[in-house]
Write a protein that binds this ligand. Structure first.
Ligand SMILES: CC(=O)SCCNC(=O)CCNC(=O)[C@H](O)C(C)(C)COP(=O)(O)OP(=O)(O)OC[C@H]1O[C@@H](n2cnc3c(N)ncnc32)[C@H](O)[C@@H]1OP(=O)(O)O
Ligand SMILES: O=C([O-])CC(=O)C(=O)O
Length: 439
């Protein structure tokens, strides 16, 4: 059962306007707010179906659809200069209004959904994960585990029985909550198998928040600093409007009425690319290689040289640049503030190196002259704090991102089904057809 008494942030994330404790379940709250959203969509269709809101240029077609306004996404909107807003709230706003876990200070992603009660994995999924070789990348394991959870999809079962379109969202919501609840056990099992084989996995503690449980199952339950950092990390990575590669993949696959397990599994494989979520693994690998080559106590000049070596080698500087943002990512700033507030992090060699890199990289990238955004994104710093606090296996970092991104991508799947959005199917063109169109 979902909590009837403590629904603050979860209600906010799913789009209701209330930001105070509610006695209603999430489903009851959604039942109340969905009709108004459906009405809003109906009105938009009836009154503005032909209103033009942007142009499509050839550069958009050949440039990965960058800049085209082409998706509905309810939970968050990204401004190129200010960064992400969740239901209108910036990251500092969220830090003011969302509650922490008991005994903690950082905001928690789910803010009180009692997910722990639903968090255990089916035995066959545990066996499946245990059968993978430790050499299989943790993200591959996560995607396969999530896909296998569709064995128990309520949405798929109800579809087979012939549910009505108006009922889609309720089954979708149940599946999405179950998936969010099960992700920590799945992700922690992968970590245990790959990096700590043979160690026991603690049972889920029904009195702990989602991330508190995740941290405990990872074996870091006594590490209060890391647990608090994970809470902030998972809250910040939850959503980044709809067009990013992982969220968009979930949306596309979900639009075929695939169940949320399949849709989110697909999203995870998009997140696993080095230009997207895997960049947090790449950043640490790159910063450690820099440290190994030039040391930790280095000058700006030495870092500049290393940056140029990377660029001249034809590689991207991981953690810098963005498809939409044109300023330093406010998630990067929030994580830097976390570091600045803790003396042990200020002293950490890897964190100092990341910070020093930030002091010179934008100017080097400007001089290099290619990237539209020479500033750091969230991945520039997210891994180094994990590393400092003892979670050193950086091939695992994108799994933590994957636990988080479910919050936004799955929220939208519920909205998409509640609003009856259609299958996604943009028009493609060959180069010949494009040239004909230009003429
Ligand atoms: C959570 C996230 O997903 S945040 C993003 C994480 N990814 C990274 O940090 C990887 C490094 N960054 C990048 O590769 C890019 O900036 C991306 C993928 C994030 C955005 O890509 P785009 O929108 O295509 O960026 P942009 O339009 O600025 O690219 C123009 C050129 O600059 C280059 N460029 C962009 N960022 C960088 C960078 N960090 N280092 C070097 N070159 C860069 C591009 O590769 C491209 O080169 P090309 O013309 O030879 O193809
Ligand atoms: O918005 C993007 O394209 C990439 C990103 O930062 C995210 O998905 O968090």
């Amino acid at each position: 059962m979902l909590s009837r008494t403590r629904l603050l942030g979860s209600v906010s994330r799913f789009g209701a306007s209330k930001r105070f404790a509610s006695t209603k379940s999430l489903k009851e709250t959604l039942q109340e707010v969905i009709p108004a959203k459906q009405e809003q969509l109906k009105k938009l269709k009836a009154e503005h179906a032909q209103t033009v809101v942007g142009d499509v240029k050839v550069e958009n077609i050949i440039g990965g659809m960058r800049g085209i306004k082409a998706m509905l996404w309810e939970a968050s909107v990204l401004d190129p200069n200010e960064g992400i807003r969740f239901h209108g709230l910036s990251i500092p706003d969220c830090q003011k209004v969302l509650p922490p876990a008991p005994g903690g200070k950082e905001i928690i992603a789910e803010s009180m959904l009692e997910l722990a009660e639903k968090g255990d994995l089916p035995r066959f999924v545990e066996q499946l994960i245990d059968s993978f070789p430790a050499t299989l990348h943790p993200m591959t394991q996560l995607g396969m585990g999530v896909a296998a959870l569709n064995h128990d999809s309520l949405f798929q079962a109800a579809y087979e029985k012939g549910m009505k379109k108006s009922e889609y969202w309720t089954y979708m919501l149940d599946d999405c909550i179950n998936l969010i609840a099960r992700l920590p056990a799945l992700a922690a099992r992968i970590y245990r198998n790959v990096y700590k084989p043979g160690t026991p996995l603690p049972a889920i503690n029904k009195d702990l928040d989602l991330v508190g449980n995740y941290s405990t199952m990872l074996g870091f339950g006594d590490n209060h600093s890391l647990t608090e950092y994970l809470r902030l990390y998972i809250a910040l990575h939850g959503d980044h409007e709809g067009g990013n590669a992982s969220a968009h993949t979930a949306h596309l696959v979900g639009s075929t009425l695939s169940d949320p397990y399949l849709a989110y599994s697909a999203a995870l494989f998009a997140l696993a690319g080095p230009l997207h979520g895997l960049a947090n693994q790449e950043v640490l690998r790159w910063q450690l290689a820099m440290q190994a080559e030039i040391g930790s106590d280095v000058s700006h000049e030495q870092i500049k040289e290393y940056l140029w070596k990377t660029l001249k080698g034809g590689q991207v500087v991981p953690g810098y640049g963005h498809g939409v943002l044109r300023n330093p990512d406010p998630r990067f700033i929030a994580l830097q503030e976390f570091c600045d507030a803790r003396p042990e992090l200020e002293e950490s060699p890897i964190i100092r190196l990341v910070k020093k890199t930030y002091e010179v990289a934008p100017d080097v990238l400007k001089e290099h002259g290619k990237t539209k955004n020479p500033y750091p994104n969230v991945d520039a710093t997210s891994g180094c704090v994990l590393y400092h606090y003892g979670l050193k296996e950086f091939k695992y970092y994108t799994v933590i991102f994957g636990v988080s991104r479910a919050l936004g991508a799955l929220t939208q799947l519920v909205w998409s089904r509640a609003l009856g959005l259609p299958i996604e199917r943009p028009k493609s063109l060959s180069m010949d057809a494009l040239e004909k169109l230009i003429k």
